[in-house]
Ligand binder design. Structure first.
Ligand code: Q9C
Ligand code: ZN
Length: 354
């Protein structure tokens, strides 16, 4: 499988995230991607390329998914943070104040901390010196992968990048995510001629950003299998009764599962999701590929094993759709490479069958 990997991912290096009143080391680290890349090479999974350097095309693609004032903020946030105090160069920027419902979202505050809160939804997503450069290059990976599949150059492709993307919405960051790579890929497939595109999100956490971005659209179906938001992050979205709105009614499917869910039960949800995608008549598929469903994941609660990921890939390939995989979560660092590449290998094997 063709992999487009982010050569600038290491520029995003968060130090700490807020957890139970303390700053703890970030789970979303550069070593995660290094392990996936090493495993792709070890198993000779196919060509590894950097994204195309089409900056004008990238800016246009970003503007199709994200709000101008949000993009502008993330691009310049680090410089503003350091301008507040040169000593800030040694510290991550984290938000600590947010607008509640009923407060004003339309007025852009002058105050930097206020704008950090306006454009985010948690204190677990540090903004660092290289966050914008890394996230932007990651978006380029998703875009390049989608264009390779759109043009038919490749039947499937893998956008291997960090920071991840599926929690980022039109105008907010959170959940370690700044730019929604899966949404960018889906829109690029639409723009490349696929009339119906499905996003299948198999990360442990609900893909709230992707859901929100496409919630009122009938051309992009969003399906997410995840830990029940009654107990699991991101808590405030991802329930089964969220089916879409307006023209998008019926084009969002959430399959929440309780903590402790094993592969047998998880796979039944996968089949339900794939059946819905089939009924929708998808012409192309984006898989938001998080492997934090793994039994050893330090922040999640499902019990999938490494071998199960081969089956996941096979099941996805049985849909027989042009497919773009986009890397998301997975924090059991030693196994993240094996688990991720198992999905791709299972997909390849099944795709080769007549
Ligand atoms: N102490 C993705 O998997 N908070 N994001 C967890 C852990 C946020 C996960 C709290 C988890 C975000 C892309
Ligand atoms: Zn996750």
């Amino acid at each position: 499988m063709l992999t487009i990997h982010n050569p600038h991912h290491h520029l995003h290096q968060g130090r700490h995230e807020m957890f139970r009143g303390r700053l703890v080391p970030c789970h979303e680290t550069a070593q995660r991607l290094a392990h996936v890349l090493a495993e792709l090479k070890r198993r000779a999974m196919g060509p590894l390329r950097a994204p195309a350097a089409d900056t004008a095309g990238l800016s246009q693609a970003l503007a199709r998914i994200h709000a101008p004032r949000y993009l502008n903020f993330v691009e310049h946030a680090w410089d503003e943070w350091v301008a507040l105090d040169p000593a800030n160069a040694q510290q991550d920027a984290l938000p600590s104040v947010w607008p509640a419902p009923g407060m004003r979202f339309d007025v852009l505050p002058d105050n930097f901390a206020a704008r950090m809160g306006l454009f985010s939804f948690d204190a677990g997503t540090p903004l660092t010196a290289g966050s914008w450069a890394a996230a932007r290059a990651g978006a380029a990976c998703a875009l390049t992968a989608a264009r390779e599949v759109s043009s038919g150059t490749a039947h499937s492709a893998f956008a291997l990048s960090r920071p991840p993307g599926h929690h980022a919405g039109t105008d907010f960051f959170g959940g370690y995510c700044f730019l929604n790579n899966a949404a960018l890929a889906a829109q690029a497939l639409r723009d490349g001629g696929a009339a119906h595109v499905a996003v299948l999100d198999v990360d442990y956490h609900h893909g709230n950003g992707t859901q929100a971005i496409f919630y009122e659209r009938s051309d992009v179906m969003t399906v997410s299998i995840h830990g029940d938001p009654r107990t699991e992050y991101p808590f405030f979205l991802g329930h089964a009764d969220e089916r879409g709105a307006g023209a998008g009614t019926g084009f969002n499917l959430n399959l929440p599962l309780p903590r402790g869910t094993d592969f047998t039960r998880w796979r039944a949800a996968l089949h339900a999701g794939l059946n819905t995608i089939k009924s929708f008549g998808a012409d192309a598929l984006v898989v938001a590929l998080g492997v934090d469903t793994f039994e050893g994941d330090p922040i999640s609660g499902f019990t999938l094993r490494s071998a199960d990921y081969l089956q996941v890939g096979q099941d996805v390939a049985a849909a027989r759709l042009p497919t773009v995989f986009v890397f998301e979560g997975g924090y059991a660092v030693a196994e993240v490479g094996i688990n991720t590449v198992n999905v791709l290998e299972g997909f390849n094997r099944q795709s080769l069958r007549p």
